[in-house]
Design a protein around this ligand. Sequence first.
Ligand code: NOJ
Ligand code: CA
Length: 568
Amino acid sequence: MTLTDARPTSTPRSDDANWWRQAAVYQIYPRSFADANGDGIGDLAGIISRVPYLATLGIDAVWLSPFYPSELADGGYDVADYRDVDPRIGTLAEFDEMVTALHAEGIKVVIDVVPNHSSDQHAWFQAALAAGRGSAERERYIFREGTGPDGSEPPTDWQSIFGGPAWTQVEDGQWYLHLFASEQPDFNWSNPEVRADFLHTLRFWSDRGVDGFRIDVAHALTKDLTDPLPSRAELDAIPRGDGQHPIWDRDEVHEIYAEWRQVFDAYDPPRTAVAEAWVERHRRPRYASADGLGQAFEFDLLTQEFDAAAFREVVTDSLALAAESGSSSTWVLSNHDVVRHATRYGLPPLSATAGSTEQDRKQGADWLLAGAPEAELDRERGLARARAASLFELALPGSAYLYQGEELGLHEVGDIPEAARQDPTFFRNPGVDIGRDGCRVPLPWERSGSSFGFGPGKAHLPQPDWFGASSAAAQDGVAGSTLELYRRALQLRRALQTQETLAWIETSRQDVLAFERPGGWVTVTNFGSEPWVLPAELAACELLVASSDLEGHAVPAEATVWLRRRAA
Ligand code: NOJ
Ligand code: CA
């Protein structure tokens, strides 16, 4: 046995400053969670009505994707007002009510902060357009003159992450930078007004009782845009790992987070933050450090195939990285940007898919936006593997970020008609990407009825017929259902988790992983296609939960079990 990361910490669930270290955090995509008033869009009243469900599920916190006023050019990640609620989603009073209802169940509330860019409908951007070139208003964003004899060419040939040009021209001829959609102008973080405004926003929500923040594109805020700007090819050739890239992961971004940390630490318990930072591995601990955001998403598990060696390597590396920063590790298998893991694991390996290079996969880029070819999908196998992977994930030391619907074992919805699609990545890459709508389809709560119980009206994205069988109602109380598997695992996890340590147990097979946590809590995952007969030492353990029923003393193919050693 090898012992990894032997740093003792306090247990989660106490109302102390460390509640986040091993929390199970459930991501709510508000527009698609529950719709109380039947306009087709999920809302805060819908979330409030489902607090009992969340409490029974056994999560420690929810993370809400943006609910702010927005034109929805990017599902709400185009924020028009950082300190309000979109009227289609609710009111500030309802927000307070939701926080109170969740807190009453011991569930913390994490919200999304989107600091790299605002919506083009934000009052500041509208003021920048009106004020014209050279104005203080334009200095809050990144405006430049065009190139070519009459300035009709963009400042550079840079591409946006969502495809298409990264610059858009405004009426008076200037251009503004948007790393994402053209409706998402990038802020100028050299401007003290921008910095002050975000401090205001963080205090605003912290004062309302929000417990933590998820920071969108945390690695892009500060930029070095000194003229002459590099071309796209030159930009792409600049290394990203030394803090000097003109756009990504610059060292000085941490000055911002050090300031934020002072705000967080002024509250009791201190507010938490988790960085969404797609940076080179060795750069991640800075985002996760105690004088910075405190935690950073670990996406490396999410970008792996269902493979024992790959999973083990990621776990070992991630625990070491987390120890380096003094943070706990984070685990993610699904979120609102990626194909649901039940579907990924039911598709042919990505390496066998045309057009996906190892490099793409490492960076997550193509892979995130690839969509799911329905015809090649083995649904049953994908779900079995997803259940095994989730049980593996929930046994790891650190916090687990779950995405709404994964507890129902939902698959990606692959067949959304073009006319119903909403994601800008679909519109900006015609014929290439189908976008991320397939994991954002409103949840099925009931077997049938209007929008499968999502609300009294139609859902804002079409739901497939198979949603009824996957609904919460169809799984509630049903032994062996994915919902009951998650409930059992989350409940056990609370009781079992103590120190953030893990010791690998060597098994007789390369495709079987086993590890032990303090208290004799043993997890075995069989990634292979043949059952694995437990050795006598493990066969003597108490069986706690299994993603597929054991066959005598054998862990079936593509399954995870949790065991507990019996007291001597
Ligand atoms: C990351 C978010 O998770 C994604 O949904 C969004 O489109 C981009 N950041 C831009 O805000
Ligand atoms: Ca609604």
